[in-house]
Design a binder for this molecule. Sequence first.
Ligand SMILES: [Zn+2]
Length: 278
Amino acid sequence: MAHTLVLLLVAVSTLAITHACWPPSSKPKSCSNNCQWSAWRSGSCSSPCGVSGRQRKTRTKVQRGTCASSKCSGTQTTYVSCRTPCAARPLFGSLKGKCSDLDIVSRSEWRARKPRKESRIGLPVDKLFIHHTVTPTCHNKYMCSARMRTMQSGHMDDKGYWDLGYNYLVGSDGKAYKGRGWGYEGGHTIGHNRDAVAISAIGNFETTRPDRAVLQAIANLIDCALKEGALSPDFKMYGHRDVACKDCPGKYLYNYVKASSHYSSVKMPKWCHKKWNY
Ligand SMILES: [Zn+2]
């Protein structure tokens, strides 16, 4: 009986070591499969090695070790951790993002007009708003570029904005189209044009379901924003409708926003005056 108990204790302690969080004091508090996403921008797996149960107790005092070829190095008094990249984290709905897979269409490529004015904002920001453009979708660069020019004229000439309001847009051709770019005050979300960035999907997703290409482009673009330091690693994602009396980004696209691990269900004040209702 005592022998069985010892075996059980050994098994439990081995399990605990295998799933130890690193660094112990950082967020998130829990981890599964040794993946800690908030600790590193790109996400990484931590597989503790060469650590005894006794050393684990002193883990707050020790420093990160190094790992080469999956072998531990470091002194006995150092908590050594082997870090290997994890599979990419889902960034939008259940989709994983990969910036290097994204084709970004520059302003000169879609033949943008010059902005009337620009104002820089500090990066990274910790909020991302998802919008839709309430226009027909577009499925190739030619059509999407035309859509971009029409929207820019609408925003600048009819609404009096400095430029097209969004930081970036994505089309059903799977490409991203540069709007104001990260780091510039937007004209997208009343109350949050200086403390957030916005991605808008070209289409009306209140009436149409977004296709895979547009969803993947959003996920890839979010990965770019993280890699380029535009968004903080623990950013919160919202739909425009979370802060405005609007359908935006449409019920079908909003379902993906809500399914995202970065979605924040914390209620925010809504701007509902007709004057601000864009
Ligand atoms: Zn919107």
